[in-house]
Design a protein around this ligand. Structure first.
Ligand SMILES: Cc1cc2nc3c(=O)[nH]c(=O)nc-3n(C[C@H](O)[C@H](O)[C@H](O)COP(=O)(O)OP(=O)(O)OC[C@H]3O[C@@H](n4cnc5c(N)ncnc54)[C@H](O)[C@@H]3O)c2cc1C
Length: 457
């Protein structure tokens, strides 16, 4: 009899794990159990008036190859769309300014820092001196904020690099782990003695979508949900048990695991892969792997919300040619905004501006304690102030994402190793809480877990 594998959760991680297992040379019987009626997890769209807009992620990084490779494998390459506007902006006391050229917010040259008017002259001089700051010895993990302040100074950390890096995780740079969230920063310091030298070091050639320029991010025509949809089709929809919630994980003595659903199903499994959010995985593991369950509970997740706005005809031309902006912590009720109609232009938008704003995040969750209408109005006021946009939106939608952004605290890598070590054979956890939150990292980790499941058999 072939091995039975149950994957819990049909987000991009669970679907990729199941797809890889089902296509492995030694195939196992694989079943995916998912609460929602549709696959994709946080990859989904929402309607705003006549438009279908991304409610969660809107794109993936091209530089990390795993999402692009999967699109090719699933024959979606012809549907890949490069970014429209690529320039990022940042809110400063002088209004929106372009982020100086560089990587991860770290400017590539002293001239770029000297010319950047978003911070005081003293802050600029301090940041320009970054290459002469002695490198730190040892490889102990530290917070992103501590590393940035030490190397670039307080001014550049607060006004420039901090907001850009915090935005990616909806996090607090003083809690985020460098080694887990931005290992490049630690590597640049270790290998080159300075962040600026690291930014300038030769990088891999930028990949591009088949028809289009090389842009940092790409999406899929018709919406990112086409990726989980294609995975579900390639896997075979009969292997998906949609609308079914796993409520308990048990085990017969020396026998198979038992995956119990809310509708009373009791599925035997030789291997179980939990791709649920960390808090759910911790609950499900409480009986069969109490030590792992306790450690997983240490991983915190922040709550956020996305406010989407569609403005009247003629408004898109009022926006700058930029993909969006981030804000310094606490300066506005929103942490970042995407100019959707500039970054991902579509015929259906016509001449309308389409914007989305991010609210909440680690330590900023108070912003979410209001009614949807209030959050939408304050986000709208923030966008109006930043873009000097006086028009009222015709459609506004708020999508809440409670506990959806895992936070990698200092020491996260050790915690993940400890979790792995405390899981009994046949049990696996995967998802954004452990090894990278972006879609490419989700696909990479899913492939690695599938390999382990297959090899174990
Ligand atoms: C608002 C937002 C914006 C983002 N933007 C980007 C972006 O632009 N680019 C990027 O690369 N990444 C982005 N990310 C991160 C990325 O989208 C996620 O890390 C990734 O999609 C998570 O996939 P997953 O399969 O691990 O988890 P999920 O998508 O959360 O899937 C987990 C699944 O488990 C199911 N489930 C939960 N409990 C149970 C249960 N008891 N029984 C059965 N099923 C259960 C859930 O319904 C869900 O479908 C964003 C994330 C968010 C929240």
């Amino acid at each position: 009899m072939s091995r039975r594998v149950v994957v819990v959760g049909a987000g991009i991680t669970g679907l990729t794990v199941a797809y890889r297992i089902s296509h492995a040379p030694v195939a196992a019987e694989v079943l995916v159990v998912e609460t929602d009626p549709e696959p994709g997890g946080v990859i989904r769209s929402v309607r705003a008036g006549d438009l279908e807009l991304e409610a969660g992620p809107d794109s993936f990084l091209v530089r990390k190859p795993w999402a692009m490779d999967l699109c090719y494998e699933l024959e979606l390459e012809g549907e890949l769309v490069p970014q429209g506007a690529t320039a990022s902006q940042i809110l400063t006391p002088r209004g929106l300014l372009p982020v100086p050229p560089g990587r991860l917010g770290v400017p590539a040259s002293a001239i770029a820092v000297a010319r950047w008017k978003g911070m005081s002259v003293t802050a600029r001089l301090r940041a320009m001196a970054e290459p002469v700051v002695p490198r730190r010895h040892g490889d102990r993990d530290t917070s992103v904020g501590a590393l940035l302040r030490r190397r670039l100074g307080r001014g550049a950390t607060k006004a420039l690099v901090g907001p850009l890096l915090a935005g990616i995780y909806a996090g607090d740079i003083d809690r985020l782990s460098v080694e887990s969230a931005f290992p490049e920063l630690a590597r640049w310091e270790r290998e080159f003695g300075s962040l600026r030298a690291g930014v300038r070091a030769k990088t891999l050639p930028v990949r591009r979508v088949p028809a289009g320029p090389a842009t940092p991010f790409a999406t899929i025509r018709g919406g990112l949900h086409r990726l989980p949809d294609a995975l579900a089709d390639a896997l075979g929809r009969s292997r998906l048990r949609m609308g079914s919630t796993v409520v308990k994980l048990g085990r017969e003595e020396h026998g198979p695991f038992r995956v119990v659903t809310a509708d009373g199903e009791d599925l035997p499994a030789d291997a179980v892969v939990l791709t649920t959010p960390a808090a759910t995985s911790a609950d499900l593991l409480a009986e069969v792997a109490p030590a792992a369950s306790e450690r997983i509970r240490e991983i915190r997740s922040a709550s956020t919300a996305i406010a989407l706005f569609v403005y009247p005809k003629g408004t898109n031309r009022l926006l700058p040619e930029a993909s969006g902006f981030v804000t310094p912590r606490g300066s506005m009720p929103i942490t970042a905004a995407t100019a959707v109609s500039k970054k991902w232009p579509r015929q259906a938008f016509g001449s309308r501006a389409v914007l989305r704003a991010f609210v909440g995040g680690a330590g900023l969750e108070d912003e979410l304690d209001h009614a949807d209408e209030e959050i939408l109005s304050s986000a709208q006021r923030a966008l109006a102030a930043a873009y000097r946009l006086s028009a009222e939106p015709e459609h506004a939608v708020l999508v809440r994402w409670p506990g959806s952004m895992p936070q990698y605290a200092v020491g996260h890598l050790d915690l993940v190793s400890a979790i792995d070590a405390s899981l009994p054979a046949g049990l696996y956890v995967a998802g954004g809480a452990y090894r990278g939150i972006g879609i490419p990292d989700r696909i990479r980790e899913a492939g690695a877990i599938a390999d382990r499941v297959v090899r174990q058999g």
